[in-house]
Write a protein that binds this ligand. Structure first.
Ligand code: ADP
Ligand code: MG
Length: 359
């Protein structure tokens, strides 16, 4: 990160808007002195001001951190907000405790009779239809279903990114549906970890910086940040690529970096939407092994959307969705991965057959 370049960029964008330092400061609730410090590269805006600043200056987070316009940049606005929260997830990470044994019976997630209706101009889509299920601590649960069956919508409802039309969702005993937007953002930062198919990393920062960004901005001592980053990267086999930029490393390495970040705060639950979707089969297997390790060694609870049977066969339980409903649930119990793989295929055939019967 080049603080001087970022400062000059903020200054240019502000002037393009026709605002004085004082006017920009007022909009952000800071003094003109603070703005002046940013613009001369003497300090960085507080992390909490990144998103408001970007939206005022009409630039993306990547552009702010790069200190220049990125013409090809087309990250979706929402994705970027989430990305920001993913990064701030690093804050406050100084505990490395494993979850206590004996709490497995407790549910980390409770979804009760949840529905989501999307109303557009002339259509109304029931994307999630009266769904109920629970996830116990320390389990690895998959959601499968054809495209359009409501998987992403369900995950977004649990992620507090979207709000259900009906029903209740509790994470670790906390009702998340009625939280204010500010409290939702705080909840995501403190209780959730995210791994997506894409958009997991900021392209203008090195892998190390991607991991350390939030800690750096919060002025946590450098050696402590280093210790945290090195510890996790060793565990996830990405220590040798910390100086590289995301575009210089493989998709699998990027995803493991995202995993490192997701688990760092010891979140209640890690939410993953098609995390292996863009990976070749070797890298996918490595990522799934990483998830298993996070579950076994860090007690992480993982909810993963996938349409890949191979990925799903790593899970303890699979929820099969169709037309917004959970059609059936499959538990792995003591089955081997291979046997579970076969059971999943059978279940999928059964669901497809069910469809033929209806027609
Ligand atoms: P999946 O992830 O299983 O492919 P989605 O959850 O993305 O399915 O979509 C479920 C249904 O809801 C689809 O019919 C989709 O077109 C619709 N849908 C999803 N998001 C929106 C939205 N923001 N507005 C309107 N319809 C939506
Ligand atoms: Mg989807």
């Amino acid at each position: 990160m080049n603080q001087i370049k970022i400062g000059a960029f903020i200054s240019d964008c502000r002037k393009a808007k026709g605002w004085t330092q004082n006017q920009l400061g007022e909009k952000l609730g800071v003094t003109d002195k603070a703005v002046s410090k940013w613009e001369t590269g003497r300090s960085m805006p507080d992390l909490s001001l990144f998103m408001p600043l970007c939206s005022l200056l009409e630039i993306t987070l990547n552009e702010l951190l790069a200190g220049e316009r990125i013409p090809e940049e087309n990250l979706k606005e929402k994705t970027e907000e989430i990305l920001f929260e993913v990064i701030t997830n690093w804050l406050g990470n100084d505990k490395w405790e494993l979850r206590e044994d004996g709490v497995e019976a407790k549910n980390v997630l409770e979804v009760r009779d949840v529905s989501k209706i999307y109303n557009t101009e002339n259509t109304s889509t029931l994307a999630v239809d009266s769904v109920s299920f629970q996830i116990p601590y320390g389990s690895f649960v998959g959601i499968m279903g054809a495209s359009g069956s409501g998987k992403t919508t369900l995950l977004n409802l649990i992620a507090t990114i979207d709000t259900p039309t009906n029903g209740a969702i509790e994470i670790n005993g906390q009702d998340i549906v009625d939280l204010s937007e500010i409290d939702k953002a705080k909840f995501r930062r403190e209780h959730l970890g995210f791994v997506f198919q894409e958009y997991n990393l900021l392209e203008t920062l090195t892998i190390y910086e991607n991991i350390a960004l939030a800690l750096t901005v919060k002025e946590i001592p450098k050696n402590k940040i280093k210790q945290i980053v090195l510890n996790l990267s060793e565990r996830l086999d990405i220590s040798t690529i910390l100086d590289k930029f995301p575009y210089e490393v493989s998709g699998g390495q990027r995803q493991r970096c995202a995993c490192a970040r997701a688990v760092s705060v010891n979140p209640d639950i890690i939410l993953a939407d098609e995390p292996t979707g863009a990976l070749d089969s070797n890298a996918a297997r490595q990522l799934l092994d990483t998830f298993m390790m996070l579950r076994n060694d860090y007690g992480a609870t993982i909810l993963m959307v996938t349409h890949d049977v191979l990925s799903a066969s790593y899970c303890d339980q699979i929820l099969f969705m169709k037309d917004g409903k959970i059609k059936t649930v499959l538990n792995r119990k003591q089955e081997s991965k291979q046997a579970f793989f076969t059971s999943i295929l059978e279940k999928m055939a059964w669901i497809a057959g069910d469809e033929n019967n209806v027609l």
